[in-house]
Design a protein around this ligand. Structure first.
Ligand SMILES: N[C@@H](CCC(=O)N[C@@H](CS)C(=O)NCC(=O)O)C(=O)O
Length: 214
C-alpha cells in the first residue's frame, strides 16, 4: 500500500497533526508533503487535491481521503488497537473525538495552534470556558481510566487532543494538575516531538496567526 499525507504547515496545522500522529502510531509507512497555507495559489493546490479544499489529505494507492477523522478511521480499519478494545470505551472515545472535531470553536479560533509560540495572553472568556470544559473532560477520563492517556492506552482520542494540549502551553492557559501531567505526556511523545522539531525549523509564517492575542 502506498500512502502519502498532504499536510499544512507543521507549526500551525492542527488538523494535519492529528492523522499524522495516527499514521505514526499505526506504524504505516507514509510520505509527507507540506502545502504552505495562506500563500498565493495555496487554495487552488488544495482544491486540486480534493473538493474539500483543505488539508490533511491522505493519498492511498492514488485515491484521496480528505478530513482528519476520515483518515484516522481509515487507519483504524487497516490496523488494530487505534480505538479502545472495550466497546463502551470505544463508543466514548468516538464521542470525545467528535466533540473535538466539531466543537471547542472559541478555543480553536482564539488560541490557534502555534507550536513556536509561548505567551501568557489574556484570552476571551468564551475561550477560557472551552478550555475549562476540556480540562474537566480530560480529568474525568484520566481518573476513570487511570491515565496516562484518556483511555489508558494511547488511542485516536489522544491524537485529536494533542493539538489542543499544545495551546495550553503556547498561551499559558490554566489547567488542573492532572491535565498538566496529560499535556506533558502528549508533548513528550516521541512522534509529537518529531513533528514539533519540523515546526521549529520551518520558515513559513502566518502573520495573522502569530498576532492573535499579542
Ligand atoms: N474538518 C477538516 C478541517 C481541515 C482544515 O480546516 N484544515 C485547515 C488547515 S489546519 C485548512 O486546510 N485550511 C485551508 C484554508 O484555510 O483555506 C479536518 O478535520 O481535516
Amino acid at each position: 500500500m502506498s500512502l502519502k499525507l498532504y499536510i499544512g504547515n507543521y507549526n500551525y496545522s492542527s488538523w494535519s497533526l492529528r492523522p499524522w500522529l495516527v499514521l505514526k502510531k499505526a506504524e504505516l509507512p507514509f510520505e509527507t508533503e507540506v502545502i504552505d497555507l495562506d500563500v498565493d495559489g495555496y487554495k487552488e493546490k488544495l482544491f486540486n487535491l480534493t473538493d474539500q479544499g483543505t488539508v490533511p489529505v491522505l493519498e492511498v494507492n492514488g485515491d484521496r481521503i480528505a478530513d482528519s477523522l476520515a483518515i484516522s478511521e481509515f487507519c483504524a480499519k487497516a490496523v488494530p488497537n487505534l480505538w479502545p478494545k472495550n466497546l463502551n470505551d470505544k463508543i466514548e472515545a468516538k464521542r470525545v473525538v467528535k466533540l473535538m472535531h466539531t466543537g471547542f470553536e472559541s478555543l480553536r479560533t482564539e488560541a490557534p495552534m502555534n507550536l513556536r509560540r509561548r505567551t501568557i495572553s489574556k484570552l476571551p472568556k468564551k475561550c477560557l470556558d472551552d478550555a475549562h470544559i476540556m480540562v474537566e473532560l480530560w480529568d474525568d477520563l484520566l481518573s476513570k481510566h487511570n491515565g496516562p492517556f484518556l483511555f489508558n492506552d494511547w488511542c485516536i482520542a489522544d491524537a485529536f487532543y494533542t493539538p489542543a494540549a499544545t495551546r495550553f502551553e503556547s498561551y499559558g492557559i490554566p489547567r488542573s494538575e492532572r491535565a498538566d501531567t496529560y499535556i506533558s505526556e502528549l508533548m513528550s511523545d516521541v512522534d509529537f516531538q518529531e513533528w514539533e522539531a519540523e515546526a521549529f525549523i520551518e520558515s513559513h509564517t502566518l502573520i495573522d496567526t502569530d498576532r492573535v492575542n499579542l
